[in-house]
Ligand binder design. Structure first.
Ligand SMILES: [Zn+2]
Length: 551
């Protein structure tokens, strides 16, 4: 009866459910993230992957006689993890291109590039990503000349770890149609030049588009493969959902193709890439939802500023380690206003990348103006990263019902140099998870993969420890901003679901919701902080079906 009522309620086909269509999962512990029943030992779901019942094992087995059994023994089950900010094709491309993450010198980079070159055809571009000059002994931007000796003819194009700067060799710069010398600069970007006005090989923010455009386009098959690889990596790490932070319309079509053919192992909540064709399509055709429930587009990603590492984040005052520099706006306040007004008219959620305190203030001011009296409505507009907030802006997120979509691993990656950039006063409002939460802000967590690892265990660990992989600094960096393990898990489940208007479907385990869950060998709410990094992901389930099982 309970099952039948549930089916009717959800408008499912009125075919009777047979016992064999039901699976009862039993586990040592289930953390449901459902405030009414936080813990359980069993969960029943039907063949369509809808949860029927959550509770005590004995009672559930009695209520569902003849059901299939899925006993995970001593393991712990949690709701499927959702990364509220990632870049799926970026992750896939990173897997297809030279991985320069964690290189400690230019020599090490050249070594990895030479290895990757062996897979390429003559003349094919050598693409890589993940360098960070802060990790090199000289801590200075590289030049084209650093690459030219090893690669005199083959174009080489390498994006920085944050995706906000690119490093080209001379062959790649030669492929750019425009004369890169002189003193002109593209809007919202910077071509670094030497004293003679010649480009040095480093392109910041919007200037990267010049070199990107010179690259031959990838084939459709390769682009689809990148998406598939990215999604596969996500489910292997316990993710059942990802918010893809800014994709063009062609990419939505690529996803649709995969969804139509049942090739999406998890749910992807996509954002349109700025005020372009994808947003236009949402305005014209309405918010998009694939019938499988695996794919949506109902948000638009805007960019206020750049990133802190490359000093592109827009600051209200000069960088502490670069006087006269206040960073840059990637979209001007006028462009942001136009895009936000359009989104508001079309009922589209806005998610704005904002890192510096000026970037964040402009984003909040833009939201206040665009939303007007609707600021009190259920708009769920978000700020992506919200990294550095002026003290007076910190409470505004909660007041305006703006979600903070933050990445715990950004704090632990940036902590060695972040205070150099902004100084001891401004750092107090940086990566301020606890202050934001205590002010009543919804805090959705993610990783910004491939900027950081797609592995949410690292995010959980960073959130509770504010320490690096070696446990340093001991006790954590600005430890007052730590989250508890429960809050961190909530940020990667229910809060991330909320940020995607999906908290009635996923994010917690309760009757009527989707059976998206992860089986972990250990209990993430009971292990010491350091053990969160190595939680053993035994399996990932989406709609009640295993999309990943550990060997
Ligand atoms: Zn991002």
């Amino acid at each position: 009866m309970r099952r039948f009522a549930c089916g009717l309620l959800l408008g499912m086909a009125a075919t009777p459910l047979f016992a064999a269509d039901v699976t009862v999962l039993t586990a040592h512990r289930i953390h449901t993230m459902d405030a009414a029943h936080p813990q359980a030992q069993a969960m029943a779901f039907d063949a369509s992957g809808r949860i029927l019942d959550v509770g005590d094992a004995k009672a559930l087995l009695a209520r569902h006689p003849g059901a299939k059994r899925l006993d995970v023994g001593s393991a712990t089950v949690v709701p499927g993890l959702i990364d509220a900010h990632g870049h799926v094709s970026g992750l896939g491309w990173a897997m297809l291109t030279a991985d320069l993450v964690d290189t400690a010198s230019k020599a090490e980079i050249l070594e990895r590039l030479r290895a990757k070159e062996k897979e390429l055809k003559p003349g094919e571009w050598l693409i890589g990503r993940g360098w960070d000059q802060n990790d090199w002994p000289e801590q200075a931007f590289p030049t084209a000349a650093d690459l030219d000796a090893a690669f005199p003819d083959r174009p080489v194009w390498l994006s920085r770890i944050d995706g906000h700067a690119g490093w080209a060799n001379s062959a790649a710069m030669l492929a750019v149609k425009r004369d890169l010398s002189g003193d002109w600069q593209p809007d919202g970007g910077n071509i670094r030049r030497d004293g003679k006005g010649q480009p040095t090989g480093v392109f910041i923010d919007n200037a990267m588009a010049l070199v990107d455009a010179a690259q031959p386009a990838a084939s459709e098959a390769t682009a689809e493969k990148a998406l598939a690889l990215g999604m596969r990596a996500a489910v292997e790490h316990g993710l059942t959902g990802v918010h893809d932070a800014g994709i063009p319309l062609e990419e939505l079509h690529r996803y649709q193709h995969l969804a139509d053919s049942g090739q999406m192992p998890l749910r992807v909540y996509t954002m349109a890439d700025g005020n372009h064709a994808a947003l236009e399509s949402l305005c014209k055709n309405g918010l998009y939802r694939h019938p499988s429930g695996r794919l949506q587009m109902r948000a638009v990603k805007l960019y206020a500023d750049g990133a802190l590492g490359s000093r592109g984040a827009a600051m209200l005052a000069d960088y502490s380690d670069d006087h006269g520099n206040r960073g840059l706006m990637v979209m001007s306040p006028e462009e942001l206003a136009t895009a936000a007004d359009k989104a508001h008219r079309c009922g589209v959620q806005v998610a704005t990348h904002a890192i510096g305190d000026r970037g964040n203030r402009v984003a909040l001011d833009t939201y206040a103006k665009a939303l007007g009296k609707d600021v009190a409505s259920d708009h769920r507009w978000r700020i992506e990263h919200a990294q550095i907030l002026a003290p007076e802006d910190l409470p505004r997120l909660a007041q305006m019902h703006v979600i903070a979509s933050m990445q715990p691993t950004h704090a632990t990656s940036d902590m060695p140099w972040a205070e150099d950039r902004v100084g001891p006063q401004r750092i107090v409002g940086a990566y301020a998870w606890r202050q934001l939460r205590d002010a009543g802000t919804h805090l959705a967590l993610g990783s910004d993969f491939p900027v950081e690892s797609v592995d949410p265990r690292l995010g959980l660990y960073a959130a509770v420890s504010r320490s690096d992989g070696k446990g340093l600094p001991a006790g954590g960096w600005y430890p007052d901003e730590k989250l508890t393990a429960f809050e961190a898990l909530r940020g990667f489940t229910l809060e991330a679901a909320y940020a995607g208007f999906a908290e009635n479907e996923v994010g917690s385990l309760a009757a009527g919701k989707r059976a998206d869950f992860v089986v972990l060998a250990e209990d993430p709410l009971a292990v010491p902080d350091a053990a969160l990094r190595t939680l053993d992901v035994r399996a990932t389930y989406v709609d009640g079906k295993a999309v990943y099982e550990a060997k």
